[in-house]
Design a protein. Structure first.
Ligand SMILES: [Mg+2]
Length: 180
């Protein structure tokens, strides 16, 4: 059984993590991605800091950014992900306009250690749905993702749901509770 799981607002408390950053998140993401692309898909904190400080008039240091990345695992719903990955194959399937930043966020959180694969899709759900041929169902917080995929799924609400709910729902959706 292979389960596709969204990252932001499902496996990861994205809002909590972004509260760690003392810069505007769009500035942060745009400059991250510019550095990443300019360096041939390689990221360097020093270049990122320089771009933030010179082009966007911030006053941040490399250690500010390092502290932020070091905090990322605190926002991963690690027990839930671990429980899921012990029972099923897990594919993280995430939609991102900033591919480099999304990879960095996932890696910094440590989520990649529990995933069999990571898939990053682009644009809008109607253009590129989260339709993984090898997945059996999708767990995602956005109803629009579920609307455009053929996979059965569970709309996860980080305010009210827990990963116990997820496991129960996956169990019901995949084998009707007959067997594990
Ligand atoms: Mg999400």
């Amino acid at each position: 059984m292979r389960i596709a799981v969204d990252f932001d607002h499902v496996l990861f408390d994205t809002a909590g993590f972004y509260d760690e950053i003392n810069v505007d998140i769009d500035d942060f993401k745009d400059t991250f991605e510019a550095v990443y692309l300019e360096n041939g898909n390689e990221y360097r904190i020093e270049d990122h800091v320089e771009k933030l400080n010179t082009e966007r008039a911030y006053d941040v240091s490399p250690s500010d950014i390092e502290r932020m990345y070091a905090a990322a695992p605190n926002y991963l719903r690690e027990n839930g992900l671990k429980n899921l990955s012990e029972r099923y194959e897990v594919v993280i399937v995430t939609r991102a306009s900033h591919r480099g930043w999304q990879k960095q966020k996932i890696t910094a959180s440590g989520a990649d250690r529990y995933a069999d694969d990571i898939v990053i899709v682009h644009g809008e759900p109607e253009d590129e749905p989260k339709n993984l041929s090898e997945a059996d169902l999708l767990i995602d917080d956005r109803p629009k993702e579920h609307e455009y995929t053929d996979l059965p799924g569970f709309v996860y609400d980080e305010k009210t749901d827990t990963f116990d709910d997820v496991l129960q729902e996956v169990h019901l959706l995949t084998d009707g509770g007959e067997d594990s």
